[in-house]
Design a protein around this ligand. Structure first.
Ligand code: ADP
Ligand code: MG
Length: 346
C-alpha cells in the first residue's frame, strides 16, 4: 500500500505553517504569544521580550549576480529588525547563521559581514551568536532578532477594530520595481556579458530593493506622540497580503482608497515603462518594509503632524471584506498575491 504524498504547494505558505504547528501545546507561562505575529512575545519579569527569525536562500530571496554581498548582509539584518519594529518594540541583539558552499571565499564573506556590521551599527544592535556550516550549493542566511518594549506598547496584528484609521509609513511598490530592473539587466547581461548596465536613473528603486531600511524612526514618532497603534505589521509581502493578515488576525474588514496609497514618482514612471499599474506594484509587490498600522479615530490628532504617516483607509466590519475603493468610484475585493516561494522551486 503506498503512503499518501501531498505536494507542498497545495496548502500555500501560511496553510503549511498552520498545518505543521497546529497541534503544538504551549507549556510555559513565559510564552505570551507564539506563532502568528511578526514576532513572538515572551514574558520574563516586567519587560516583554520579542523574538523574530527569517531565512534568506540564494536563488529564492537573492541573486548574487546583482546583489552585492555587503548589501545582502545589511538587508538580512534589516528585514529582521523590521519585524521587531512591527511589534512597536526595539531590537537589541541579533544572531546570524550561514550555510555556505565552497564557491565563497573568505573575502566574499568579509563583504557579507561588513554589511551585517554596518546594519548593527546603524540600528544599534549587537551580534551575539549564530552558526556556520557548509552547504552543497549556494548560500543560506538565517537571522534572529531579539528586542523589547513596555508591555502596554506591544502592538499585535490582532488589535484593529471597526472605525480605526489605516495608515502606512511610506511609499510602496518601489522595491518590486527595483527587482524588475535588476532582472531585466541580468537577462541583458546573460545575453551579452560585455554590456555595461545603465542603472543611474533608477537609483531610488534599486536602493529600495537592494538596501532597504527598517522604520526605526516610526517607533520614536509613536513614543513622542504618546501613540500606541491598535494593530501593526511590516509590509513584506505587499499591501494587500499584509493588510489581510491584520484583518484576519483582528476579525475585521478594511478598505483602502486607491488615491491615498503613497507612491514614489520615480517608481510610478518606471511602473508605466514596464506596463505595470503603479497601484498594483504597491498592493502586490512586497519588500518595501514600511509599517502598516491602525489607530483609534480619537488618536487622529496625534498623527496629523507625524512625519511619514499616510492615511490610506479605514477598518470596517468583517462582513464588508477587504476592498480597494478605486479612483473611478468602484469597489474591488483585494486578493493576497504575495510571493509564493515554493512555486519557484522545481
Ligand atoms: P513575517 O513575514 O512577518 O516574517 P511569516 O509570514 O514568515 O512572518 O510567518 C508568520 C508566522 O509563522 C510567524 O509567527 C512565524 O514565526 C511563524 N512561522 C513561520 N514558519 C514557521 C515554522 N516553520 N515553524 C513554526 N513557526 C513558523
Ligand atoms: Mg513581518
Amino acid at each position: 500500500m503506498s503512503k499518501k504524498v501531498t505536494d507542498v504547494n497545495t496548502l500555500g505558505e501560511f496553510g503549511l505553517i498552520d498545518h505543521l504547528t497546529k497541534d503544538f501545546q504551549r507549556r510555559n507561562t513565559t510564552t505570551k504569544v507564539g506563532i502568528g505575529d511578526d514576532a513572538a512575545v515572551l514574558m520574563y519579569g516586567d519587560a516583554p521580550i520579542v523574538v523574530s527569525t527569517d531565512l534568506l536562500v540564494e536563488g529564492i530571496h537573492f541573486d548574487l549576480i546583482y546583489s552585492p554581498l555587503k548589501h545582502l548582509g545589511y538587508k538580512a539584518i534589516v528585514v529582521n529588525l523590521s519585524d521587531i519594529y512591527a511589534m512597536n518594540a526595539r531590537p537589541h541583539q541579533v544572531t546570524v547563521s550561514i550555510a555556505i558552499s565552497s564557491k565563497y571565499s573568505v573575502e566574499a564573506l568579509e563583504q557579507l559581514y561588513a554589511g551585517i556590521k554596518e546594519a548593527c551599527r546603524i540600528y544599534g544592535v549587537d551580534l551575539v551568536g549564530g552558526d556556520t556550516t557548509s552547504s552543497p550549493r549556494g548560500m543560506t542566511i538565517s537571522v534572529t532578532a531579539i528586542g523589547t518594549t513596555q508591555e502596554e506598547k506591544i502592538t499585535y496584528r490582532s488589535g484593529a477594530q471597526k472605525g480605526d484609521i489605516l495608515c502606512v509609513s511610506g511609499n510602496l511598490g518601489g522595491a518590486y520595481l527595483g527587482l524588475q530592473i535588476l532582472e531585466r539587466e541580468k537577462q541583458l547581461y546573460l545575453d551579452n556579458p560585455g554590456i555595461q548596465p545603465d542603472l543611474e536613473e533608477q537609483k531610488y528603486v534599486l536602493e529600495r530593493q537592494l538596501k532597504p531600511e527598517a522604520r526605526k524612526d516610526m517607533i520614536d514618532h509613536f513614543d513622542k506622540a504618546q501613540l500606541v497603534p491598535t494593530a501593526m505589521i511590516d509590509v513584506s509581502d505587499g499591501l494587500a497580503s499584509d493588510l489581510m493578515h491584520i484583518c484576519k488576525a483582528s476579525g475585521v474588514g478594511a478598505y483602502i482608497e486607491e488615491t491615498k496609497i503613497p507612491l514614489n514618482q520615480e517608481a510610478q514612471l518606471l511602473a508605466l515603462k514596464f506596463q505595470l499599474d503603479p497601484v498594483t506594484t504597491a498592493l502586490n509587490g512586497g519588500e518595501d518594509y514600511e509599517l502598516l498600522f491602525t489607530i483609534k479615530e480619537a488618536d487622529l490628532e496625534k498623527i496629523r503632524l507625524m512625519p511619514s504617516t499616510y492615511i490610506i483607509g479605514e477598518i470596517t466590519d468583517a462582513k464588508d471584506g477587504v476592498t480597494l475603493h478605486t479612483n473611478g468610484g468602484n469597489i474591488h475585493p483585494l486578493k493576497a498575491q504575495g510571493w509564493n516561494h515554493f512555486k519557484q522551486e522545481e
